[in-house]
Write a protein that binds this ligand. Structure first.
Ligand code: PEP
Ligand code: MN
Length: 334
C-alpha cells in the first residue's frame, strides 16, 4: 500500500502515519520527494484497511499497488531515481560509462586500465577482485589484494570503483573499497546477499540473472529496496537463448519496458551481453539509443592477455573509438 501525504503535511503528521503502520506489524518506508512525502507499507498488507489511513491528518490519498514489486515500481514513485556516486549522477538523463578489465590481475594492469579509460572519458572504473567463474580451475580473483589495487587506481585517477561482491559475509569488506557494489548474474537470486546489500548505504549494480524474467529481476531489486537501500542500478547483461553465435542474447527490449514499470536507472553490459569484441561498439550505441542510463564495458590494456573474458574485452583504441561515437550519438539523441 502507498500513502501519499499532502504537500503541506508536517513532520508530526508523517511520524504519526509511520506509527500507525508500525502498529500493524508492517514496515513503513518513507520517501521524501521534492513536492511531497510518500510512505510505502511493506509486508503482507491483505488485512490493512485503506479507509483507516485515509482519515489520518495530512494524508492525501491511499492506494494499493497490485504488482508484486512495490518500492521499485513507477506506481510507487513517479519520478525517475537519480543515484549520486561521488558526484556522478546516474538516471533520468544522467548517463554513466563504467569501464575496465573483467578481473584485477596485477598493479600494472589495473593502473594502466584506469588511466586508459579515464583518458577516453569513462566516469568509473570496473574490475573484479572476487570472480564468479563457471570453471572452478580458472582464476578466481585476487580478493582483498585486488580491492587494495582498485583503491590505488582510484587514488591515482579519481575514478569511483565498481566491483563485485559474491557473498553476504563480504559485503562490509567490499563496501570499504567499492563505490558501487556489483551483484553478478549468478547471484541475482541470492536473497541473503540481496538483503545484506539492502542494509548498506552504497549504490548497488544489480545484474539480471541470465535466465531471469523481467518480473524476477524487479523482485530481486525489491529485496534490496525493502531493506532500506534505494540506490539500485539495474543492469541488462544478456540472457540465455538458443542462439549460438553470441555468448548471450542482449535483451535490449527490457530497457524501455523497465523504464515504464520502474523508476530505477538501468544500464547495459554489451561485453557479457554479446561475448564478442567485434559487436560491442554497435550494441553499446544501440543500448544508449534504446534509452539506457549507461554502459559497463570490459577494457584491458592488452585484451589478448586478459586472464578472463578476453573475447569480449575492448582494446584501448576500440574503447576510444566507442567514446567518440557515443559523443556523436549524443548529439543526435539530444
Ligand atoms: C563481470 O562483470 O565480470 C561478470 C562476471 O558479470 P556477469 O555476472 O554479468 O556474468
Ligand atoms: Mn567478465
Amino acid at each position: 500500500m502507498v500513502i501519499i501525504m499532502e504537500a503541506k503535511a508536517t513532520e508530526d503528521q508523517i511520524d504519526n502515519v509511520v506509527d500507525h503502520v508500525n502498529k500493524t506489524g508492517l514496515k513503513a518506508r518513507v520517501v521524501t520527494g521534492e513536492e511531497r512525502t510518500i510512505i510505502g507499507v511493506i509486508g503482507d498488507e491483505r488485512y490493512l484497511e485503506e479507509a483507516h489511513f485515509k482519515t489520518l491528518p495530512g494524508v492525501e490519498n491511499v492506494f494499493r499497488i497490485l504488482k508484486p514489486y512495490k518500492l521499485v515500481s513507477r506506481e510507487f514513485q513517479k519520478d525517475s531515481t537519480i543515484i549520486k556516486v561521488n558526484g556522478t549522477l546516474i538516471g533520468n538523463g544522467h548517463r554513466v560509462i563504467i569501464a575496465g578489465p573483467c578481473s584485477v590481475e596485477n598493479e600494472d594492469q589495473i593502473l594502466k586500465s584506469a588511466h586508459i579509460v579515464k583518458k577516453a572519458g569513462a566516469n568509473m572504473l570496473r574490475g573484479g577482485a572476487f570472480k564468479p567463474r563457471t570453471n572452478p580451475y580458472t582464476f578466481q580473483g585476487l580478493g582483498v589484494v585486488g580491492l587494495k589495487l582498485l583503491q590505488k587506481a582510484k587514488i591515482e585517477t579519481g575514478l569511483p570503483i565498481v566491483t563485485e561482491v559474491l557473498e553476504a559475509a563480504d559485503v562490509e569488506l567490499v563496501s570499504e573499497y567499492a563505490d558501487i557494489l556489483q551483484i553478478g548474474t549468478r547471484n541475482m537470486q541470492n536473497y541473503q546477499l540481496l538483503k545484506a546489500v539492502g542494509r548498506i548505504n552504497k549504490a548497488v549494480l544489480l545484474k539480471r540473472g541470465m535466465s531471469a524474467t523481467l518480473q524476477e529481476f524487479l523482485m530481486s531489486a525489491e529485496y534490496i529496496l525493502s531493506e532500506g537501500n534505494h540506490q539500485v542500478i539495474l543492469c541488462e547483461r544478456g540472457i540465455r537463448t538458443f542462439v549460438e553465435y553470441t555468448r548471450n542474447t542482449l535483451d535490449l527490449n527490457i530497457v524501455p519496458v523497465v523504464k515504464k514499470l520502474s523508476h530505477l536507472p538501468i544500464i547495459v553490459d554489451p561485453s557479457h551481453g554479446t561475448g564478442r569484441t567485434d559487436i560491442i561498439i554497435p550494441m553499446s550505441l544501440a543500448s544508449l539509443a534504446a534509452g539506457a542510463d549507461g554502459l559497463i564495458i570490459e577494457v584491458h590494456p592488452d585484451p589478448e592477455k586478459s586472464v578472463s573474458d578476453a573475447d569480449q574485452t575492448l582494446s584501448p583504441e576500440k574503447f576510444e573509438e566507442l567514446m567518440v561515437k557515443i559523443k556523436k550519438l549524443d548529439a543526435i539523441l539530444s
